[in-house]
Write a protein that binds this ligand. Structure first.
Ligand code: MN
Length: 487
């Protein structure tokens, strides 16, 4: 029956369709009424008009810095936004952002069980009215946290419509509200298009084997670029949600990678056409949902960008959990991006050493945070990038205040990482260890090698002249001792 309707729909407009349905007497089971937008058990916070009144988080105060001795879970102990570290305010080093999807669309659902969160502002629908109320709750959350950046997927903030035109109209309505709520202080760190939830994207978006899907994905990215630009976003991220393969037996990998490059070229051209000056970024991930994602890690992605002449148009969004999934540390991925001039922005999260998938936890490891900040300081900061909390509450954490506590904990961890990294840099012992390890290359012949002027004959002559070289200790344990003492 449904297949019949889909086939008919191609040849009919909406009114003709409705007439047909009436004739077939099937309209009665199609829900036409607007879905409810206010749950029954909210008491007086929902007015007769169905609109939420008052604060969404009435018991949560504006989060303030109280210093390391504070025992208040709703206060910063290490993140003091205006404090200067190495000549720059903490807020300018860290540039925190809240991820709309995890924090306001995360339900706690996993493959074994249903969602566990019952946020009071949610009414169980995915209507435009619900999206707008959720957006108001989100901005109250940002304001109470004192964070001035946010990240979003198009389909997280507004519902899919029956057609692309309707989806775009839904998005426009919610985005117009977001623009008002942003005021002069808040801007998107980045926007993106969700090209992985809808079944049409099961083979990928830009790398789908279906031409129609490629075109649909292009239209969705075009719109997402437009709204990111409209909201004053500073960056736009491509995470290749389903851009990869399950088996090479049915995959033309070369053709799919060519398609992905053409897709990204078109995005660059459109970005320029609409005057969007934000940075475009690719977010590497090795696997999940596909067996092999094309943007495996920073090095693979850099090679892709170089091969297709896109290296100057893109940077990388390094996610720590994706780094560990690819068998690297987050520090390795950040350094690989940095030395290739590609360190753009960071998804601050972490995985679990005992769990082999993308758990997207808030980062709480001080050693990890300190190494991350060492890379960021070496890079001179990451603006216009920042630290986006691509992290979610555990399924078992179900209180509204847990949303605040998780972000405060994540921000304090990164702030401690910054303080520790600054301490290590000011102390200078680690840098001195590294300098000494390579000092033999500071010689005349070393300089010749580094300038590409020492051929094998010159080096053979030197090797004979010097006889067997003395090889110094690497001093790894000393380096670890210095590092640990700063935590
Ligand atoms: Mn992740």
């Amino acid at each position: 029956m449904l297949q019949f309707f889909f086939e008919m729909k191609i040849r009919m407009n909406a009114e003709e369709m409705l007439l047909l349905l009436l004739c077939l007497n099937v309209v009665s089971f199609i829900v036409i009424a607007e879905p409810p937008t206010c749950p029954a058990n909210l008491g007086n916070v929902c007015s007769d008009s169905g609109e939420w009144e008052g604060e969404f988080f009435p018991v949560i105060p504006k989060i303030k810095y109280e210093g390391p001795s504070s025992k208040n879970p709703l206060a910063y102990k290490y993140y003091n936004s205006e404090e200067e570290i190495l000549g720059k305010k903490m807020k300018d080093w860290l540039r925190f952002s809240v991820a709309f999807w995890h924090t306001f669309r995360g339900t706690g659902v996993d493959i074994f069980g249903a969602g566990t969160k019952n946020w009071p502002w949610e009414d169980g629908t995915n209507s435009v009215a619900m999206s707008k109320r959720r957006m108001r709750a989100f901005f109250e959350f940002l304001n109470k946290l004192g964070v001035d950046k946010w990240c979003f997927h198009d389909r997280d903030i507004a519902p899919d419509g029956k057609t692309l035109e309707e989806s775009n109209a839904n998005l426009d309505e919610v985005v117009a509200l977001a623009k008002t709520l942003q005021g002069t202080r808040i801007r998107p760190l980045w926007g993106t298009a969700q090209l992985f939830v809808h079944p049409r994207y099961m083979h990928g978006g830009a790398t789908s084997s279906e031409l129609g899907v490629y075109a649909y994905a292009a239209a969705q990215v075009k719109k997402a670029l437009e709204v990111t630009h409209y909201l004053g976003g500073e960056n736009y991220v491509f995470w290749g949600g389903r851009e990869g393969y399950q088996t090479l037996l049915i995959t033309d990998m070369e053709r799919e990678l060519d398609h992905m490059a053409r897709f990204l070229e078109a995005a660059v051209a459109y970005k320029k056409k609409i005057g969007f000056n934000g940075t475009l970024l690719i977010e590497p991930k090795p696997q999940e949902p596909t067996k092999h994602q094309y943007d495996w890690d920073a090095a693979t992605t850099a090679n892709f960008l170089r091969k297709y002449g896109l290296i100057d148009e893109f940077k990388l969004n390094i996610e720590c959990n994706h780094a560990t999934l690819s068998g690297h540390t987050c520090h390795h991925e950040l350094e690989t991006a940095r030395i290739n001039g590609l360190l753009g922005t960071i998804d601050a999260n972490s995985g679990d050493p005992q769990i082999g998938w993308d758990t997207d936890q808030f980062l709480t490891d001080l050693g990890e945070a300190t190494m991350v900040m060492l890379s960021v300081i070496k890079n001179g900061g990451i603006a216009p990038g920042g630290f986006n909390f691509d992290a979610k509450l555990r399924r078992e954490s179900t209180d509204v205040e847990d949303l605040f506590i998780a972000h405060i904990g994540g921000m304090d961890t990164m702030a401690r990482g910054l303080r520790n990294a600054a301490k290590l840099i000011q102390d200078g012992s680690l840098a001195e260890l590294v300098r000494k390890r390579y000092e033999s290359f500071d010689s005349e012949i070393g300089a010749q090698i580094e300038a590409g002027k020492a051929d094998f004959e010159i080096l053979e002559k030197k090797a004979m002249e010097w006889s067997d070289p003395m090889v110094a200790s690497a001093k790894q344990e000393l380096a670890e001792m210095i590092f640990q003492s700063a935590l």
